[in-house]
Write a protein that binds this ligand. Structure first.
Ligand code: ZN
Length: 190
């Protein structure tokens, strides 16, 4: 069934789409339209990244946009400093570097939940852009973290899986509320 990009919405935990491993996609006009709609949604929700499963699609695609200068380090690949949002199709991460670092992350699919997640501070990404061109970037700081967070979404992994037990305990009542909200909308559980 074709996707109507104008109807895309950010889905919340515990929607089962967030737990599915997303599939590799072929770039076409539908993918381009969805990516553009995701950029708009990401901006509306004031996120710095949004993955396709978060709008109900099990596709290996995410968008990211860091305001200029924010969380960037001098060692970053200059190609990562563009001010326009980036689209990553069928992304692959490689060459993580440095000891893992803690940072408090949030997620548009887990409203009101924040928790520490440990990740390597530097990493390389290879993906396809909206023109179908393969590109590689290397980054550190917030952008490297954003890529890893969004890649987790493509594999059905959420920050609640990676938080230390104390944060998970704190998140429990909020998760319960989200589960009730999901159920009350008539989705039921699969
Ligand atoms: Zn997220």
């Amino acid at each position: 069934m074709p996707v109507d990009p104008s109807r895309l919405q950010v889905v919340h935990y515990p929607d089962p789409i967030l737990r599915r491993k997303a599939a590799t996609i072929v770039l076409n006009d539908e993918v381009r339209a969805v990516a553009r709609a995701m950029i708009t949604l990401m901006k509306d929700e004031e996120g710095i990244g949004l993955a396709a499963p978060q709008v109900g699609l099990a596709w290996r695609l995410f968008v990211a946009h860091l305001p200029p200068g924010e969380g960037r380090k001098i060692t970053d690949d200059p190609s990562t400093s563009q001010t326009s949002p980036m689209v990553y199709i069928n992304p692959v991460l490689s060459a993580p570097e440095g000891p893992v670092e803690p940072f408090e992350e949030g997620c548009l699919s887990l409203p009101d939940i924040r928790g520490t997640v440990f990740r390597p501070p530097m990493i390389t990404i290879t993906a396809i852009d909206l023109e179908g061109t393969k590109f590689t970037q290397r980054a550190s700081g917030l952008l490297a973290r954003c890529w890893q967070h969004e890649m987790d979404h493509l594999d059905g992994v959420l920050i609640i899986d990676k938080m230390p037990p104390t944060f998970r305990m704190r998140a429990k009542p909020i998760l319960k509320e989200l589960e009730e909200e999901y159920e009350s909308r008539g989705h039921g559980f699969i």
